[in-house]
Design a protein around this ligand. Structure first.
Ligand code: PMP
Length: 361
């Protein structure tokens, strides 16, 4: 007889939970997990391969546990006078968020975010034995500083998540909301800027709010703008004492020598890596304009994806696109679907496939 999950002595608080499960189907046009669909430029890839080859010669030894070169690289990239002792990194920003929760959440504590938001926040929070409480958003998924602070004051979370811009809605977040939420709690406030590079040029980062706010952390990832999702590199900026807290929960040598070498090499080419961002933003805006012309209701997006409403039967539209070789995301918001901005060709394939289902206008 097959053993079922229920037959195992699983933690009670994990029973009945569902793992993260975005479909990984081998379709020609995959626009479902907000990756950067442009490959790493060939000359940059060559340099990364050289760096990995070099690191491989010492791979019999454990890597630099403090990943000093990489932290200096991230401090430099983020600017704002940040120093390496204010930087942390992990295998994807998911791991960085998990470190934050392991240090500051855990049994008897509470994690909080404004739903709908990134689906991993509750999973990661509960994974540490903490409780997840979901707050709510205003019209068109926006957050108002006063109302957001009120909700946070009421819940008094140990860790509050602010996703800027928000996944899955794309909604930009004003710094005033972050300031208000920070002032409304004694807990940790983590601003997830996974998609920051796709926001309009000059959009201020929450990194500018770090001085004097030792409970604030700002996380980023190389998975999106840097086209590095497969390498698994995310990072965070916070007070050096905050970084010390994360050292208590990380596994020794959690960032492999190969990951460190690859990420440092990619960072040295950040200008070239980020050149793709402008093109993706053009495709994102084209998606929004075309969706509107087709009679759908796209939301403002500061990210590399667009959430759109006005979808009568999201499951049916998702399936019809799937059958046409285009994979997008049903994020579980009734009447809505989400699509990642791809290359010009991929974006055209999506828009043509959607249009072929008939205009809603
Ligand atoms: N934060 C947000 C808002 C995301 O959308 C994602 C990926 N979808 C992540 C964090 C995690 O990305 P990664 O672990 O690849 O850095």
């Amino acid at each position: 007889m097959n053993v079922r999950l229920d037959d195992l002595p699983l933690r009670d608080d994990l029973r009945g939970q569902t793992p993260y499960g975005a479909p990984q189907a081998p379709l020609p046009v995959a626009l479902n997990v907000n990756e950067n669909t442009h490959p790493v430029p060939a000359d940059v890839a060559d340099d990364i391969v050289d760096a990995i080859a070099h690191a491989l010669r010492d791979v019999n030894r454990y890597p630099d546990r403090e990943f000093a070169e990489l932290r200096a690289g991230f401090a430099d990239y983020l600017g704002q006078g940040l120093t390496a002792d204010q930087i942390w990194a992990g295998n994807g920003s998911n791991e960085v968020l998990q470190h934050v929760l392991q240090a500051f959440a855990g049994p008897g504590r509470v994690g909080f975010g404004f739903a709908p938001t990134y689906s991993m926040y509750p999973l990661l929070t509960r994974g540490t034995g903490a409780e997840w409480v979901a707050g709510s958003r205003g019209s068109r998924f926006t957050l108002d500083p006063r109302e957001a602070a009120e909700q946070v004051r009421e819940v008094a979370p140990d860790v509050a998540f602010l996703c800027a811009p928000n996944n899955p809605t794309g909604t930009p977040l004003d710094l005033e909301v972050i300031e208000a939420v920070y002032d409304a709690t004694d807990g940790i406030v983590i601003v997830d800027e996974a998609y920051h590079e796709f926001s309009p040029h000059g959009t201020p980062s929450a990194v500018t709010l770090l001085p004097g706010r030792e409970r604030l952390a700002v996380s980023r990832t190389m998975s999106k703008a840097f086209a590095f999702a497969g390498a698994r590199v995310g990072y965070l900026a916070a007070d050096p004492a905050f970084i010390d807290a994360l050292r208590l929960v990380r596994l020794p040598y959690h960032l492999s020598a190969l990951t460190q070498a690859a990420a440092s090499a990619a960072l040295r080419h950040s200008a070239e890596m980020l050149r793709m961002v402008d093109e993706i933003v053009v495709q994102r805006d084209r998606i929004s304009a075309t969706l509107e012309a087709l009679g759908y209701e796209p939301y403002e997006s500061g990210s590399n994806f667009v959430l759109f409403g006005g979808v009568e039967d999201p499951a049916a539209v998702w399936r019809a696109l799937y059958d046409r070789g285009v994979l997008i995301r049903d994020v579980g918001i009734p009447g809505h679907l989400r699509v990642t901005a791809g290359t010009e060709d991929e974006t055209t394939a999506f828009l043509d496939a959607l249009a072929s289902l008939g205009s809603r206008a």
